[in-house]
Write a protein that binds this ligand. Structure first.
Ligand code: SF4
Length: 338
């Protein structure tokens, strides 16, 4: 923060006026951002606000989280439900796209609202907390679907749940004999590391008491997101037995250079997070400013090959249309080729 800048916020900023008052959004951008706010949720946590350099108009952290009037334009190819969750939803809160695994979406609230989110039409602060009866119905579906071996909690962000609620949910899933693995997808460790309390870690630990491993997939797109607080939060989750994986989205203006990706994947490894997926952007409404062509993505990964350890190498994937699932995008190499 430059000298004379407003003090950093003590609470999550949820409106364009909040963002402007904190010095993160220029006053001239407020009217456009208000129009965006009428359609899509906004949230910038104190941890994220502290990372933004308001003096840099191309700041890669700001770009991920600050609303932009460009979001009001939906390109012809963009879809409200780009991964087609709806047709694969057997009961509320469950998405069953692949035979051996299924998603459980216990809530649709997040600590931050990413401007490129593929579920941006669904997520929000009021969003989608399953009632007790709905959760019972979702867990009953898992119980009567023995081909599902892996239960994946996503949302929204499951680490926004209270430790008691999260631990109970994971424990009930782990108690099913056919569930071999638990997985949780979250932005919390980097966006709101203060939420990773000992109580939350204990909830994850309890859920593994039946010997079922828990993989925690942290969503981060820039090396700067791995602050000391984020690294401490990840270490706490790891001490609770979670195996840490990283997932990122390839985003124009955020990480679309070989240097930015190298820094990101190295930051993950230093935090004991294995880079798992690099996602091609899903075509959600108003996100075209983040799109990187697939050929450019392949070229970036090609440039990284040999430059970084194989441990830093994620699988570059794209969701096929109409819920067809993920497909690896390469790049491919042949023996002897440079
Ligand atoms: S945290 Fe995940 S689900 Fe929430 S807005 Fe960001 S990308 Fe979307």
């Amino acid at each position: 923060m430059p000298d004379g800048a407003p003090p950093l916020p003590a609470r999550t900023l949820k409106t364009p006026r909040d963002l402007a008052a904190a010095g993160l959004l220029p006053a001239g951008a407020v009217p456009g951002a208000e129009a965006v706010a009428a359609r899509y949720s906004i949230a910038v946590t104190p941890a994220v606000a502290a990372l933004i350099d308001p003096a840099d108009p191309a700041d890669p952290i700001a770009r991920q989280y600050l609303p932009d009037a460009a979001e009001l334009h939906t390109a012809p190819h963009e879809l409200a439900d780009p991964t087609a969750d709806a047709p694969f939803t057997p009961v509320k809160g469950v998405v069953h796209r692949y035979p051996d695994r299924a998603l459980l979406k216990p809530l649709l609230a997040c600590p931050v609202y990413c401007r490129f989110c593929f579920r941006r039409e669904a997520v929000g602060p009021d969003g989608g907390l399953l009632t007790g009866a709905e959760l019972d119905a979702a867990l009953a579906w898992f119980a009567r679907t023995p081909q599902v071996r892996e239960a994946i909690l996503t949302g929204g962000d499951p680490l926004m749940l209270s430790p008691r609620r999260l631990g109970g949910m994971l424990g009930r899933l782990a108690a099913l004999p056919h569930i071999e693995l638990l997985r949780v997808h979250s932005r919390v460790p980097v966006a709101a590391p203060d939420l990773v309390t000992e109580a939350l870690a204990a909830a994850l630990e309890t859920a593994q008491e039946r010997g079922k491993p828990l993989y925690l997939c942290v969503h981060a797109n820039h090396a700067r997101e791995f602050t000391p607080a984020a690294i401490a939060a990840l270490a706490r989750l790891q001490r609770a037995g979670a195996v840490l994986l990283g997932q990122s989205v390839l985003l124009r203006g955020v990480n679309d250079s070989a240097a930015a990706l190298e820094d990101l994947f190295r930051a993950m490894l230093r935090a004991r997070v294995k880079p798992y997926y690099l996602h091609q952007l899903d075509p959600a409404p108003g996100t075209a400013r983040f799109a990187v062509p697939v050929e450019d993505g392949r070229a970036l990964l090609r440039a990284l090959r040999g430059r970084v350890t194989g441990l830093a190498w994620p699988t570059y994937v794209q969701e096929r249309p109409a819920g067809g699932g993920k497909v690896p995008l390469g790049p491919e190499f042949s023996p002897g080729a440079g």
